[in-house]
Design a protein around this ligand. Structure first.
Ligand code: GCV
Length: 708
């Protein structure tokens, strides 16, 4: 029988057992939305500002905001926060739409916030202190909610707040390269999140978690399927599945888009042609758009890869990209949808690949319908560890442009290499285009940003703990393309790892040096596309046997006994001429181009004297060594953080850094062995020779490479 006298003993034993049992696994699944309790006494200070919730807005997104506030605040403050109909004590958090009585009383103006911005203000209402989140739309309230929570997560003050923020770009999208069979092209985080087999009957919990994470960073659109698209996605059966996802994402402000295959009228429509000027084809797309909008009234639109890498497109019918895009734009226009038409094209083998997108799209400026956005990759070739900005930015003043970046690390070591890409995107966004004004930068030319997603079914979503930072940074930069990647790294580090100043400073330091390290050990000094054929993993600078010239690393490195690099000046392909004159002059001059783009724009003799005083050959080797050394330093630094980080995530990261260290050496050694076979130069004194002969590196095949 139960003896009540034993109760205290039982409780004490239960507590001991609980304390001894391992905490829930820290697998990174919670991303940056952890909401663990803030330590006291800071928690008490926050508690004074958060005693109750007063929500004066209704609808799916306002409800999502309210539930997020409840969840976040009760987690961070370790107490439940009651919801009230009106303010009845100090410390209320009020969520209110423009025109609500609270905002009128406070004279809180929402003009200038647009349809997605928010204001957060400390105020006094009915004699009580309060914090007000105000916006013109439910979506603005959602973003304001996450902004307030972020302040607490990153230990910022809630005193005398007077914040206003709105996104600079209206479309902030994730592009999923997910195939309908569950595989993700260039995906390194497991399989596709979308379980097409079980949809629409089974709507996995992860879908709303995914949309919620996007909402927290301002991402407002998702293209669900690969740009190498299957027409099947447009069939009624799939559209019902897409609708289920759209319904799930909607409360979190994320609209659904689809990649459409240009030849779908033939493949699933029974037509004989997909010619964009053919009336039956135009009717087919209009009817398809009508069907989609009947199911999904807020459908975003289509993303198209046309006449690129074997995909069908308008040029199959001797029509231009503009004619193709405008035909789809006509079908979507009555419903408010947009066409995102990609400028990633390269087809002619006798031309510099870096020139092709500009040459094809620049002449079409002004010819696109108003609901077409041309989507341009950040660099002129293909998501390399470093490229100069695409010359199309600033060169198409009559066409809205989106910048496409690759969050998934196809060319940067997949998921095992730690590379924070915020620095790369900041570098591109802040590059001076000098168009239309001398001070114009890439960010000025943008209407939208798209990131090729790095999400998948891995518990940690992104394939590694640190790859989550790239998803996070993408959203924050798409919201504000002028933001500082360092500030974003710090925000993410605090929310993801903790607020201890030493931990934060160390993690941020690692992140900020990480992408340059990858550049150094993979493609230093402006080299590009030296990765293995097809998979793009590991070094292969010697490859010269691919059918098309521009599929071969030797096409890009042009290394010979005289020197190395691609001459894109007037004596070579003259790609520099695609940039505005001041930029072209800088890139064309060996003395002003700078180390970062040296071999991108110039073929340089091995003995060329570098600004460091070393000849190019020595400098090149020093860069590989610097890359390896930075990775070693990251591993050591990480080891010093063991006491600050939970064991699971600590170990995951330590293991991956070890792999990265091995593979950085592989890159260094294989590359140096190959350059030496071409330059015939001795290694500088004191330099460690490659561990193996060149033949060994050439013989490796994926996935037998070291670290695999
Ligand atoms: C989706 C690169 C990638 C391809 C990708 C293509 C693109 O070439 O290797 O996997 O295809 O870019 O962006 O369309």
């Amino acid at each position: 029988m139960f003896d009540s006298a034993q109760l205290p003993k039982i409780v004490a034993m239960a507590l001991i057992l609980l304390a001894a049992s391992p905490a829930a696994a820290e697998d990174g699944h919670r991303l940056w939305l952890r909401y663990d309790p803030v330590e006291t006494p800071l928690r008490q200070r926050y508690a004074a500002h958060v005693s109750e919730l007063v929500i004066d807005a209704h609808g799916p997104m306002a409800n999502a905001a309210a539930s997020e506030l409840k969840r976040g605040l009760s987690g961070l403050l370790a107490q439940s926060i009651p919801a009230r109909a009106q303010v009845d004590r100090d410390g209320a958090v009020i969520v209110a739409l423009a025109g609500s009585p609270e905002l009128r009383l406070l004279h809180l103006r929402t003009s200038g916030l647009g349809t997605e911005g928010y204001a957060i203000r400390s105020a006094t209402l009915d004699g009580h202190t309060a914090t007000v989140i105000a916006a013109n739309s439910e979506r603005g309230l959602l973003y304001g909610t996450f902004a307030l929570l972020r302040r607490i997560q990153t230990h910022q003050s809630l005193v005398q707040l007077n914040l206003r923020d709105a996104p600079a770009l209206s479309l902030r999208m994730l592009d999923h390269w997910d195939n309908l069979n569950g595989f993700v092209e260039r995906g390194y985080a497991g399989k596709s999140l979308w379980d097409w087999g079980a949809l629409p009957q089974h709507v996995d919990r992860r879908y709303s978690d995914y949309a919620r994470a996007n909402a927290s960073i301002g991402v407002n659109g998702a293209v669900l399927n690969n740009v190498n698209a299957s027409a099947q996605i447009l069939t009624p059966a799939y559209l019902r599945k897409v609708k289920a996802l759209a319904d799930t994402f909607r409360p979190w402000g994320v609209r659904v888009y689809l990649s459409a295959r240009f030849s779908a009228p033939i493949e699933i429509g029974g037509l004989k042609t997909a010619d964009p000027l053919n009336l039956a084809v135009r009717r087919w797309w209009r009817a398809k758009a009508d069907d989609i909008y009947r199911l999904i009234p807020d459908f975003g639109g289509f993303l198209i890869k046309a006449n690129s890498e074997g995909q069908p497109g308008p040029q199959d019918y001797h029509r231009s990209h503009a004619e193709g895009a405008n035909m789809l734009a006509d079908a979507l226009r009555p419903h408010g949808g947009v066409v995102l038409w990609r400028a990633f094209v390269y087809a002619s083998s006798d031309k510099d690949r870096a020139k092709e997108a500009y040459d094809e799209f620049k002449p079409l400026d002004g010819e696109f319908a108003r609901n077409v956005i041309v989507q341009v990759k950040n660099g002129p070739v293909d998501f390399q560890p470093r490229e100069p900005f695409s010359p199309l930015f600033g060169a198409m003043p009559h066409t809205p442009l989106a910048m496409e970046v690759e969050i998934t690390k196809e060319y940067l070591g997949f998921n095992t290499h730690l590379a924070y890409l915020g620095t790369m995107w900041e570098e591109v966004l802040k590059s001076r285009t000098a168009r239309p004004n001398p001070a114009s930068i890439v960010a000025d030319s943008l209407s939208a940003m798209a990131g090729v997603a790095n999400t998948g079914t891995d518990r940690n979503w992104s394939g590694s703990q640190f790859d989550q930072a790239n998803w996070y940074a993408f959203g924050r930069l798409a919201w504000n393309p002028r933001a500082s990647s360092r500030a974003i790294a710090e925000e993410w580090a605090r929310m993801t790892w903790g607020n201890d100043p030493r931990l934060v400073a160390t993690v941020v330091r690692m992140m900020m040096s990480s992408r340059q390290a990858v550049v150094d050990y993979m493609t230093p000094l402006g080299l590009a596309h030296q990765m293995g054929t097809g998979h793009h993993y590991g070094p292969a600078p010697w490859v010269d046997d691919q059918q098309r010239a521009e599929w071969n690393p030797v096409y890009y490195n042009r290394a010979d006994s005289n020197g190395i690099g691609f001459d894109r000046t007037a004596t070579g392909s003259n790609a520099v001429a695609q940039y505005a004159p001041p930029i072209a002059m800088r890139f064309a001059n060996l003395r002003t181009v700078g180390d970062d783009y040296l071999l991108w724009f110039h073929h340089v003799p091995w003995d060329f004297p570098m600004p460091s005083g070393k000849p190019l050959w020595h400098e090149l080797i020093a860069r590989y060594d610097r890359g390896v050394a930075t990775v070693d330093a990251m591993a050591q630094t990480w080891a010093s953080l063991q006491a600050y980080v939970d064991p699971e995530r600590f170990q995951d990261t330590a293991d991956y850094l070890r792999i990265q260290g091995q593979e950085a050496r592989w890159w260094r050694d294989a590359s140096i062995a190959y350059w030496q076979s071409v330059s015939h130069l001795p290694l500088p004194a004191g330099v460690r020779p490659p561990e193996h002969a060149l033949a060994y590196y050439k013989s490796l095949s994926f996935p037998e490479a070291p670290g695999q």
